[in-house]
Design a protein around this ligand. Structure first.
Ligand code: NDP
Length: 451
């Protein structure tokens, strides 16, 4: 990095960290974006003068609230609830809701910030937002999850709406929680609108929304691999996580001819050298989505697979890695192991799963590496398509949604290539995604004046 660019980045980060103390995930996400954008901003004095970057890192609004509820023993429990309305320059706030014990302000601010760029990249008119709670659904009964969701939505309902802010699912928020939240929203507002996306197929959901993040990640990986004249066909793939994104990434990668050999959760990973085929994946769907079991049970069911406790799957030899669990789940050391084992492509299904050290390792080795804001944008893009269908009171065929998803992922890849190709021909997807996502939002903010 040139000296004057480095000076701009460090001074910007010093001010930003001082204003947002202790929010380390948010600092990490902002630094990555500022490092990519600094040369572009310095070349465009109007962006400096209008303080576009300073405004983008300040959420337009943060709502924090108490979520009281009663557990099955009749005891009162209290959780924290949040909605970060980060940026509405190009459309209503849009982004998922996360229920996980680790949720805090820093994590949700990083996610809402990333979402702003991701949503811009999708080519659809959606601003950036994110929300959630430190409530953990793990081990809770259906009734407890329902009572929590109703209490959470009772407050959230007054801050969202189909033209204001449209939440969706994320970690810990799948079909069950979305159903309970939509039911309560509908009851409170006395209206049936598309205010939440990821809805059930029979009550306003888009075909392919559950599949979209995992499928989109694989479509994006195909585009990346095509730049090196290869594809997923015949490749060995390591996937982390075993939730929504991981499950459908396994399904699509397998359909495209790959052999997926790992899945994980926060307790460990399974390695199945024979590959997780359609029949085994059907078992995973049942295990995780109906019985809410743990991934170690896979190794009991399929004895050829082994379970490794307290570790992540990155020491397994693979051609392609798809991290689909959570943030900061690939360390610099693990990235070096992946590269050393011959991994040629990393496409992020999760948000910010690679640490800055891991990204540096991938880029230095010149392997294909795409950040979540580009590679996993298929999920929110299909949420955007759900909003369109809800507004039209129509439902498209799955083939139509799949074709649109595919074409959006191709467009995002083209945008990354346009802004991220370096002098030696290497595509820096981080730079490409950040600049392409930023330009549209920045132009809208310039047009809207100082608001
Ligand atoms: P799910 O809740 O369905 O699954 C999450 C998976 O990740 C589970 O296997 C979970 O294991 C694991 N996990 C969660 N936290 C941790 C942790 N701290 N350490 C290790 N493993 C962990 O969530 P999704 O599949 O929806 O989301 C996965 C990732 O994809 C997230 O980063 C999310 O932000 C991102 N994403 C999701 C989209 C979507 O459409 N759902 C869209 C775009 C991005 P355990 O059961 O042990 O917690």
């Amino acid at each position: 990095m040139e000296k004057h660019v480095e000076k701009y980045v460090e001074e910007f980060m010093d001010r930003m960290v001082a204003k947002n103390p202790g929010e380390k995930e948010f600092h990490q996400a902002v630094r990555e974006v500022v490092e990519s954008l600094a040369p572009y901003i310095l070349d465009n004095p109007v962006l400096m003068k209008m303080k576009i970057l300073e405004r983008i890192v300040e959420p337009e609004r943060i709502v924090m609230f108490r979520v009281p509820w009663i557990n099955d023993k009749g005891e009162v429990e209290i959780n924290k609830g949040y909605r970060i309305q980060c940026n509405s320059a190009i459309g209503p706030y849009k982004g998922g809701i996360r229920f996980h014990s680790s949720v805090n302000l820093s994590i949700l601010k990083f996610l809402a910030f990333e979402q702003t760029f991701k949503n811009s990249l999708t080519t659809l008119p959606m601003g950036g937002g994110k929300g959630g709670s430190d409530f953990s659904p793990r081990g809770k009964s259906d009734n407890e999850v329902m009572r929590f969701c109703q209490s959470f939505m009772t407050e959230l309902a007054r801050h969202i709406g189909q033209d204001t802010d449209v939440p969706a699912g994320d970690i810990g928020v799948g079909a069950r929680a979305l159903g309970y939240m939509f039911g309560q929203y509908k009851r409170l507002r006395n209206e049936f609108t598309g205010t939440l996306t990821g809805k059930g197929a029979e009550w306003g959901g888009s075909p392919l929304r559950p599949e979209a993040t995992g499928y989109g990640t694989c479509y994006f990986a195909q585009e990346m691999l095509a730049t090196r004249s290869t594809s997923l066909d015949g490749k060995i793939v390591a996937v982390s996580g075993s939730g929504n994104v991981a499950q459908f990434a396994v399904q699509k990668a397998t359909q495209l001819g790959a052999r997926v050999v790992t899945l994980s959760d926060s307790n460990g990973y399974i390695y199945d050298p024979d590959g997780i085929d359609a029949e085994k994946l059907a078992y995973v769907f049942e295990l995780k989505n109906i019985f809410r079991g743990r991934i170690r049970e896979y190794a009991d069911k399929y004895p050829n697979a082994k379970y490794v406790a307290d570790q992540r799957p990155w020491s397994v030899k693979c051609d392609i890695a798809l991290p689909c669990a959570t943030q900061n789940e690939v360390s610099g050391k693990e990235a070096a192991t992946l590269v050393g084992n011959g991994c040629i492509c990393v496409a992020e299904g999760a948000n910010m799963p690679s640490t800055p050290e891991a990204i540096a390792v991938f880029q230095k080795a010149r392997i294909l590496y795409a950040p979540g804001k580009a590679a996993n944008a298929g999920g929110v893009a299909t949420s955007g398509l759900e909003m369109t269908q809800n507004s039209m009171r129509l439902k498209w065929a799955p083939e139509e949604v799949d074709a649109r998803l595919h074409s959006i992922m191709r467009d995002i890849h083209a945008a990354c290539t346009k802004y991220g190709t370096e002098e030696d021909g290497y595509i820096n997807y981080v730079k490409g995604a950040n600049i392409a996502g930023f330009i549209k939002v920045a132009n809208a903010m310039l047009a809207h004046g100082v608001v």
